[in-house]
Design a protein around this ligand. Structure first.
Ligand code: NAD
Ligand code: TDX
Length: 354
């Protein structure tokens, strides 16, 4: 098993990256974590107050596409593992403006790979591992049956997923061509604390609390598989330490839901907590124009990671979603902060006011 001594985490101020650092740092005493994040609209240092005083933690504000900066961090910090989260991550934004998705997700990943390869070749980190955090969306869409496996051909349908697939293929090529010890994880939809309220679950929680319309795309019968972000973090840690370089691991929760059922569940949980009459918030549901290229169903087989590495999710959805709702209710200040400013412009463009 591989135990790193200094991990470069990219995108560690975002939703999953911050949850990963908050989990990994206390769980791995003796290992330093350097968080490189550009602090785009999606990055928030308030996600990291639990670790900011930890002497084993350091934050660097910067772009993964800045080769010189990346080179300096890898050398100065004697990095022996890279865990790569940094990306543009929202499908709807990729439809409004694809260019930044290619720049960050494809070109940014290539710079990180190239600098990691040089660092590794220089002998500074013989046992370097590069873990690329990807998504089930690279496999495209499923009909009513079947599952994505690691052998499913890539067939991305949105600019977001196409840019992630591009990065996955570069990661693969750096392993095949240069032998760089890479690992790729492809996870299903995450939920949990610190998720930006542009994504389905926190957006709906936010709107229910505010009594605003709940915009459900199309017929609401698209299917997603939901995994608690802490379970994603333990999967990444497991793959980093135990995975065989060159391999891909799917990660999922075996927890498929129609979007409309998730929205109804959130309505009911919040009616209870806000002292509203049963069914009251469901009245806010509004079916709106479908997302362009909207993938119908994602479902992932996580059989390989379970079989080979023994990883399994620990949260039941019932517990995870209730805790998440309670977290958002207890952290109104966090939500207010991230939904001010540029978020308002995005919301206006995507949903037309409100
Ligand atoms: P997020 O949008 O919440 O966070 C992304 C982070 O990357 C932000 O902190 C942002 O500031 C940073 N970033 C963006 N561009 C950067 C750049 N050029 N240089 C440095 N930092 C930059 O995203 P997330 O939901 O936490 O997703 C993290 C990763 O996990 C992404 O690669 C995403 O594709 C993947 N993923 C997400 C999900 C999901 O359900 N959210 C599921 C599977 C995989
Ligand atoms: O307002 C909405 N109404 C709605 O019906 C929003 C924001 C979403 N939806 C639907 C679209 C999807 O079918 O809900 C589903 C989930 O949407 P998102 O939260 O935007 O997630 P998704 O498009 O499935 O992508 C997510 O999972 C895979 C992450 O954003 C990606 O980063 C990850 O790779």
């Amino acid at each position: 098993s591989f135990s790193p001594s200094a991990v470069l985490v990219t995108g560690g101020a975002g939703f999953i990256g911050s949850n990963f650092i908050n989990h990994f740092l206390p769980a791995n005493p003796g290992c330093r974590v350097i968080n490189l994040d550009l602090l785009t609209y999606a990055g928030n240092l308030r996600n990291l107050t639990a670790v900011e005083q930890n002497p084993a933690y350091r934050f660097v504000k910067g772009d993964i596409g800045d080769a010189e900066l990346v080179r300096r961090i890898l050398a100065e910090e004697r990095i022996d593992a890279v865990v790569h989260f940094a990306a543009e991550s929202h499908v709807d934004r990729s439809i409004l403006g694809p260019e930044i998705f290619v720049r960050t997700n494809v070109l940014g990943t290539q710079v990180l790979l190239e600098e990691s390869r040089r660092h590794w070749k220089s002998g500074a980190a013989e046992r370097l591992r590069f873990l690329h955090v990807s998504t089930d969306e690279v496999y495209g869409t499923l009909g009513e049956t079947g599952y994505f496996t690691e052998e499913t051909p890539l067939a991305p349908n949105s600019p977001y997923s196409a840019s992630k697939a591009g990065s996955d293929l570069l990661v693969r090529a750096y392993n095949e061509t240069f032998g760089l010890p890479v690992l790729t994880t492809r996870c299903s939809n995450n939920y949990g604390p610190f998720q930006f309220p542009e994504k389905l679950i926190p957006l709906m929680i936010h709107n229910i609390v505010a009594g605003k319309p709940l915009p459900v795309y199309g017929d609401g019968r698209n299917v997603r598989d939901w995994l608690h972000v802490k379970d994603h973090s333990t999967a990444i840690e497991t793959v980093l330490k135990e995975g065989k370089p060159g391999e891909v691991f799917n990660v999922g929760g075996n927890n498929e839901w129609f979007n409309i059922d998730i929205v109804h569940l959130l309505c009911d949980l919040l009616d209870e907590r806000l002292g509203r009459a049963g069914g009251e918030s469901r009245g806010l549901v509004t079916f709106v124009k479908d997302r362009l290229g909207h993938d119908r169903r994602y479902a992932i087989s996580a059989a390989k990671i379970k079989r080979e590495l023994g990883w399994e999710p620990s949260y039941t959805f019932e517990r995870g979603i209730a805790e998440t709702v309670d977290w958002y209710l207890a952290n109104r200040a966090w939500v207010d902060e991230v939904t001010s400013g540029s978020y308002r412009d995005y919301y206006e463009t995507q949903y037309g006011g409100g």
